[in-house]
Design a protein around this ligand. Structure first.
Ligand code: ADP
Length: 242
């Protein structure tokens, strides 16, 4: 399933955040979306996931038109996302959070009990996979920042997305967890999930990505494998402002 945009445009008042962005991510791979602050990366994620409507342009996933569709429609099409500022319910336990990610409010009470048990088991499975099962009964607000990010990812995985957008997965996490996040992304990718990652940590980007798209002023200026991007003068220019 290929995620593409064509001519994507979004302005906030006089500020043009996306300026006709034509992007194609490589399905089945770890894609990164990088670029200087203010180059439109978050706005791009918000448009693609239906949080905001673009002014113009098209978003397609596996050939299906997702332009301007609501977040739950995008999620149902198989595109999941995490947020830069990590969205979890602070007063719910970890396992409740994972369940809530697929059922708003975490209300599994309405489900037949066999199905409910299966869902709870699946939630524990993801917590185990992400190494936070020992915190299943802990309220999210008592977990560390990095653990909360893993919890948010567990919720995203619960919906079984084919494509996962990660907004700064390394932001604010300690080096040990950073390694774990890198390994997790590669492992989850090896199982067939496509990733698109917005990330400032260039070591992480260069080590886990297969394909990098570079944004500057609301549109891509370069795309290719890490070795090519690292050597691209336009990329250096965008970052250094020369
Ligand atoms: P990045 O994620 O690459 O840092 P953003 O998408 O956050 O870039 O921002 C792109 C541009 O759009 C910036 O100039 C930013 O100030 C502006 N912008 C983003 N969101 C809003 C908003 N809700 N209201 C006004 N301006 C915004």
């Amino acid at each position: 399933m290929t995620l593409t945009t064509s001519g994507l445009r979004k302005a906030f008042g006089g500020v043009v955040a996306l300026d006709g962005a034509d992007v194609e991510f490589v399905p089945g791979k770890v894609n990164a979306l990088i670029g200087p602050n203010g180059s439109g990366k978050t706005t791009f994620f918000n448009c693609v996931t239906g949080m905001i409507k673009p002014d113009a342009g098209r978003i397609t996933y596996g050939g299906k038109d997702l332009t301007g569709r609501a977040p739950h429609v995008v999620a149902r099409a198989g595109v999941g996302r995490t947020f830069q500022l990590c969205r979890v319910f602070p007063r719910m336990t970890a396992v409740e959070n994972v369940l809530a990610a697929v059922r708003p409010g975490g209300l599994v009470h309405g489900l037949r009990s066999a199905h409910r048990r299966a869902e709870i088991e699946r939630a524990h499975g993801w917590l185990t996979r992400l190494g936070i099962e020992h915190l299943a009964g802990a309220e999210a607000r008592n977990m560390s920042w990095g653990q909360q990010k893993l919890l948010e990812l567990a919720g995203v995985l619960m919906a079984e997305p084919n494509t996962i957008l990660l907004d700064e997965p390394a932001g604010g996490v300690n080096p040990a967890l950073l390694d774990r996040i890198g390994t997790l992304v590669r492992d989850l990718n090896a199982e067939g999930r496509t990733f698109v990652i917005v990330e400032h940590n260039m070591d992480l980007v260069m080590s886990i990505s297969d394909h990098i798209v570079v944004f500057d002023r609301g549109r891509p200026i370069a795309a290719g494998p890490p070795a090519e991007i690292r050597a691209d003068e336009r990329v250096l220019g965008a970052y250094l402002g020369v």
